[in-house]
Design a protein around this ligand. Structure first.
Ligand SMILES: [Zn+2]
Length: 171
């Protein structure tokens, strides 16, 4: 009887502690999103310096970056060298598995359909992106769990400037 009471009490304490922990993780996760997206923009700048369309991506697991990538389509002469693919491949190597369970992919630009396929294949849980593609007839969220990050107005403006500068140079 006594034991069962103790059990119940500690059980409820456990559950409120777990709720608190979940809350803290949620808040922490949210505030980290902008840091990860800022690093994605830095990677996109590296791509533009190499005359590549500026796109940068990261894979994060348990608040640790396990893969980074930026677009290298021109320099590699490979149509598949998108930032997301490079970040996913590096993450695969880092965990020693093709499965990227419990991972989040951050990327500057909404993923293309090829990358949506790679994201599905890798079992990545969630994608957070900074800027929506405007010239396509699909929504990535129809295929993957993707979220447009809307709380970083300055960062988004900075990225859109980088993108438009790049295409102005190309014209
Ligand atoms: Zn892509």
């Amino acid at each position: 009887m006594c034991n069962s009471n103790v059990g119940t009490k500690s059980g409820s304490e456990d559950s409120s502690f777990n709720n608190l922990l979940l809350c803290a993780l949620f808040i922490c996760g949210d505030s980290m999103d902008i840091d990860y997206l800022t690093e994605c923009v830095d990677l996109a700048i590296r791509a533009s310096e190499l005359d590549e369309v500026p796109v940068g991506a990261l894979v994060v697991k348990n608040n640790k970056i396990i893969g980074r990538g930026y677009n290298k389509k021109e320099s590699s002469n490979l149509c598949t060298r998108h930032a997301e693919v490079e970040a996913i491949e590096k993450a695969n190597k880092s965990v020693g598995s093709w499965r990227l369970d419990n991972c989040v992919l951050y990327v500057t630009l909404e993923p293309c359909l090829m990358c949506c396929g790679a994201i599905l294949e890798s079992r990545i849980d969630k994608v957070v992106y900074l800027s929506k593609r405007t010239n396509v007839l699909y929504n990535s969220s129809d295929y993957i769990n993707s979220i447009l990050y809307d709380d970083a107005v300055d960062l988004k403006e900075k990225y859109l400037d980088i993108l438009s500068d790049f295409f102005k140079k190309k014209r």
